[in-house]
Design a protein around this ligand. Structure first.
Ligand code: HPA
Length: 245
């Protein structure tokens, strides 16, 4: 059986319902991952869990050591990755609480350590990234969402922005013109690094606010926290359903 790893984002630094067996402390050639990898049973199945921002939350999106995180998960035995990301909604369908299983990415991040193919290597490898997410994993997430009856979108273009600040109204308008549906700060380089390590990877995005300019007011942390609080239970249920599928 495939060993799944869940990468929890903001609002999911701990996987409630995980009966912990051990915490795996690993170092990697790229430094330490954000936290110890938790191994345990969730929905009756052995899984690995890593808090992307550390536990407690301490690494902002641009300072997460994505290379160490993915490397450590692979070392710990992960064979497929389910990533959870909180996002802002651009498309009209992406209101707070909506769940999206993106199918494409546009990467606007900069200055992050974004590849394992760097330094003194004999061959630069250009991974194919036409379809950044693993389709079989995406379909599992979609089937779980369908079965649970939650409002969701089976497709979406994820704009990965640098953060940690949120965007301006003009930036969101540009992302929309670029064809993006949701915005998050952690989708890249995570997805590409997973591909470099040959780890199937898919993302479950929870919309926690309308993006800048998509509502009448400004975006507040209170609003984001409230949406996370309300939505994270749904995320856990979807993950549980995927694991038993
Ligand atoms: N923009 C970028 N990242 C985010 C947002 C947003 O509006 N909301 C949650 N993560």
């Amino acid at each position: 059986m495939t060993v799944y790893a869940i990468i929890g984002g903001t609002g999911l630094t701990q996987l409630e319902g995980l009966s912990l067996k051990d915490a795996i402390e690993l170092d990697t050639p790229y430094g330490a991952p954000s936290a110890a990898i938790q191994r345990g049973e969730f929905a009756g199945r052995e899984v690995l869990f890593l808090a992307r921002h550390g536990h407690p939350h301490r690494f902002p999106p641009h300072q997460v050591n994505y290379r160490a995180n993915l490397w450590a998960l692979k070392q710990a035995g992960a064979e497929a990755i389910l990533a959870v990301n909180a996002v802002g909604g651009i498309h009209a369908a992406m209101g707070s609480g909506h769940l999206c299983v993106p199918h494409q990415i546009v990467d606007y991040t900069w200055g992050r350590e974004h590849t394992y193919f760097a330094g003194d290597i004999e061959h630069v490898t250009h991974i194919d990234f036409s379809h950044p997410y693993d389709e079989a994993l995406r379909l599992k997430l979609i089937a779980a969402l369908q079965a649970l009856g939650y409002a969701y979108s089976s497709h979406g273009v994820y704009a990965a922005t640098q953060g940690p600040r949120l965007e301006t109204v003009a930036e969101v308008a540009k992302l929309e013109r670029d064809g993006c549906d949701i915005i998050g700060m952690t989708g890249m380089p995570e997805a590409a690094l997973a591909r470099e390590l040959d780890l199937p990877y898919a993302c479950l995005s929870l919309v926690v606010n309308p993006a800048a300019g998509k509502s009448s007011g400004i975006i507040t942390m209170a609003e984001i926290e409230q949406a996370l609080h309300e939505g994270i239970g749904k995320v856990r249920e979807v993950l549980g359903r995927v694991l038993v599928s």
